[in-house]
Design a protein around this ligand. Structure first.
Ligand code: SF4
Length: 290
């Protein structure tokens, strides 16, 4: 198998230092929508300056470079064991070059491995077999602060009068935003999964964050719910970094998966303004990035 370590290293560099333009565009629009001279607008101004500077200098967008989460779609006959080795080598190299902060800490001893290589869960790598010839690696760098305000609800939820329907989903997602109060660095983006078991629901809520920010859900009900949740979250007045203001959530993506009749989980993965995600595509022996 071809050695892709240096191409994966470039994927990590791009993800950590160069925020996708569409995310920046949403942040610029949010800046325009805040009151001139307000703390909210000031926070967004600082964020926007930081995005420009880090892109220019090839330095991390945030000091917390997060958990590297890779989603690989590969041809069926692909050697995933070899690719895992290359991804891990690229992560260690990226840490050495300071594109990533050393973030892998032993949960029992507190010892940092120093190179972002922990056990088989760190970095996290998900493999999905795809059609012949189709090979992509998506990377999300998921910050710790925003991961802390993610949440999972089991419906029905009596406290919120949330039943097992889309209205119940709406109530618990907005409750998660309300509870975060801007922690996890708002304005953010919501990845929501309906269904699954507790584990798969969390994975799906992160995977849905890979969707194009501009796309529309192919399910009409979920599309309307995405729009409504974003709008209602922004009416809460939480604002950038919790300073108050109009921009709390800049996008919502929802997916649903099959579940047991006995369970109805709704899982919210909250992504901070540093919505670091990039894709590497290998086609006809050429590597490109999105
Ligand atoms: S939540 Fe995001 S923006 Fe905030 S410190 Fe963590 S990585 Fe940085």
């Amino acid at each position: 198998m071809r050695d892709l370590t240096s191409q994966i290293l470039e994927l990590i560099r791009l993800t950590s230092t160069n925020l996708p333009e569409i995310v920046e565009k949403r942040l610029r629009n949010a800046y325009q929508n805040e009151e001139a001279g307000s703390a909210a607008q000031g926070a967004l101004e600082t964020i926007l300056k930081n995005i420009e500077m880090t892109r220019k200098n090839s330095t991390p967008i945030c000091q917390d470079t997060g958990t590297p989460i890779f989603f690989v779609q590969h041809p069926a006959e692909f050697d995933t064991g070899e690719l895992t080795k290359q991804i891990r080598a690229a992560v260690a190299l990226a840490t050495k070059r300071t594109y990533l902060r050393p973030n892998a800490v032993d949960s029992l001893t507190g010892k940092n491995t120093g190179n972002n290589l922990g056990d088989e869960y760190f970095p996290t790598i998900h493999y999905t077999p795809a059609e012949k010839g189709f090979f992509t690696i998506d990377l999300i760098l998921k910050g710790g602060g925003c991961e802390n305000v993610g949440a999972q609800y089991s419906l029905p939820n009596n406290r919120l009068s949330a039943g097992r329907d889309l209205e119940g989903v709406r109530k618990v997602v907005l409750d998660a935003v309300q509870s975060a109060q801007g922690e996890g660095c708002s304005p953010g983006f919501l990845g929501v999964a309906i269904g699954g078991d507790r584990g798969t629901s969390y994975i799906a809520s992160k995977e849905v964050l890979l969707r194009d920010l501009e796309d529309e859900n192919t399910n009409e009900d979920l599309k309307n719910l995405e729009t409504r949740i974003t709008k209602e979250a922004n009416q809460m007045g939480i604002g950038p970094m919790g300073f108050g203001g109009n921009a709390t959530v800049l996008g919502t993506k929802i997916t649903s998966t099959h579940r047991l009749p006995a369970s109805f989980f709704v899982t919210i993965s909250y992504m901070c303004w540093a919505y670091r995600k990039r894709r590497m595509i290998l086609a006809d022996n050429q590597v490109t990035y999105e």
